[in-house]
Design a protein around this ligand. Structure first.
Ligand code: FAD
Length: 442
């Protein structure tokens, strides 16, 4: 069957060949035996680049009905099909006073996709990655065998699959330990900072004192305002509500725009207005979980704002020792290249170790920038950002990436070859072909 199966960056849009999940589960061995065909599970396409694509093989779309889960309210353990979304999970968990222990900035990702990318959230300093809360899962391999994996059963495959980007097999079901919370509402506090030193001086204490902490940076501000932004912290409110928010986006970009709305002029104005508005809104105030965790989910198809050529997201993590020097360099390089980032987010990762072999987070600061694709100049900028990141001892996020070189990937993840030993030979992705199976100097 042919389908769109775009990833979120929408850089490489085309019809892709897929195998319905029912067929895949029933005859995976027959499919992958057939002339060396490879497959790759596809969650909800919220990865930005090509780690969820397999253009020389077949995709297996994993979305499944939300009803396919059960929750033990006493232990807080959820048992679900890998194709349910985080939104589906919240709907079941919230009335029981339970919430996701780790959530990315969108609820439209599948349970399997969250495990396979070992996603992180605004509380990495306390709870580590999503994989830290997975107690077990079933993994279907291309030889047709289904393996129960946990820290004690098949521990090698457990570690390789968490953050393994779909390369070790199909996660069919998983068990997730949810987090007990007093309510879903968040008591949020916003503190403006004048420059990056100001941010770095506050970030560690903000992590110590709060469940959630993240910063927005005005990437376009220069001169005396360079590095200004707002530090946003939050905690679950003790007397808030447990109601699940309605599903529909309040706004939507209804069709593909013929050009990018997000250019330097519009973003300079947007950033200045955002900074001014947030700076006026200091002090603790109550907000719903949707606007705190998932503000962009409120605008359907917002990635269409980037126009037909799509967007690149660049996420780096820079170790503590080099971050104060390197983060300003990354922002400066983007300004020098006359590129404007719509969303520039800075976050401190803690030292909670992930069970994943190739998980992205490591102790340090992570900087995320989104750029409209302007072709060669954008690619040149991204290479500069890669170089600065690697020189600082950091790494670039693979599941946000569409184009990093094999050298950049392998330098950031020196243990990448370990995952290759656990990869199911019947599974492959565009990303892995490009970065792991090709020479670092090609
Ligand atoms: C607005 C927005 C905000 C985001 N914020 C964050 C954030 O804060 N933190 C963060 O870490 N990420 C963030 N992301 C990225 C997103 O959370 C991850 O890319 C997520 O893993 C995507 O899940 P998906 O279900 O869409 O999977 P896909 O993108 O479709 O696939 C992701 C990977 O999972 C594999 N996979 C999918 N299902 C299975 C399965 N059943 N078995 C085995 N492998 C499988 C795929 O092969 C692929 O390699 C954000 C993305 C967006 C669009």
């Amino acid at each position: 069957m042919l389908g769109a199966f775009d990833s979120f960056g929408r850089i490489d849009r085309r019809q892709r060949d897929a195998l319905p999940v029912g067929d895949a589960l029933a005859r995976l061995r027959a499919v992958t035996d057939r002339g060396g065909v490879t497959v790759l599970p596809f969650g909800n396409g919220r990865s930005y680049g090509d780690s969820c694509h397999n253009d020389m093989g077949l995709l297996i779309p994993m979305r499944s009905p939300s009803a396919d889960m059960s929750l033990d309210p006493e232990s807080g353990i959820l048992d679900a099909s890998a194709g349910v979304t985080l939104e589906d999970i919240i709907a079941v968990a919230a009335p029981q006073g339970l919430f996701l222990p780790v959530t990315p900035g969108t609820r439209h990702v599948t349970l399997g996709g969250a495990i396979a990318n070992d996603v992180h959230g605004k509380n990495h300093h306390l709870r580590g990655t999503f994989g830290c809360h997975i107690t077990s899962f079933e993994l279907l391999r291309s030889d047709g065998e289904s393996l129960y994996c946990s820290v004690t059963s098949n521990p090698g495959l457990f570690a390789a699959t968490i953050g393994g980007m779909g390369l070790t097999g199909i996660i069919t079901r998983a068990r997730l330990q949810l987090m007990r919370v007093p309510s879903l509402d968040i008591d949020e506090q916003i503190v403006p900072f004048g420059d990056l030193d100001d941010y770095f001086d506050r970030a560690e204490e903000a992590d110590r004192a709060n469940e959630y902490a993240v910063a927005w940076v005005d990437q376009l501000a220069s001169g005396r305002s360079a590095g200004r932004g707002v530090l946003i912290t939050g905690n679950h409110a003790s007397n808030g509500n447990r109601e699940v928010e309605t599903r529909a986006s309040r706004l939507a970009v209804p069709f593909d725009l013929p050009f990018s709305m997000l250019n330097r002029a519009s973003l300079t104005a947007f950033n200045a207005a955002y900074f001014a508005a947030k700076s006026r809104n200091t002090g603790v105030h109550r907000t719903g979980y949707g606007s705190f965790f998932y503000p962009l989910d409120g605008v359907g198809h917002w990635n269409r704002l980037y126009g037909p050529r799509g967007l690149f997201q660049h996420q780096s993590v820079i170790p503590f020792e080099t971050a104060r020097r390197t983060i300003p360099l990354l922002l400066q390089a983007s300004r020098d290249a006359a590129h404007a980032s719509f969303l520039t987010v800075l976050k401190r990762f803690g030292d909670v170790t992930s069970p994943g072999m190739l998980s992205f987070p490591k102790p340090g600061y992570t900087l995320t920038m989104d750029f409209p694709n302007r072709g060669a100049p954008t690619l040149a900028l991204l290479e500069t950002l890669d170089r600065l990141t690697i020189e600082a001892g950091g790494r670039v996020n693979p599941y946000k990436d569409q184009r990093m070189s094999a050298a950049t990937f392998q330098a950031g993840f020196p243990n990448w070859a370990e995952l290759e030993t656990w990869r199911d030979p019947g599974f492959l992705s565009n990303f892995w072909r490009r970065t792991a199976l090709s020479s670092p100097h090609s």
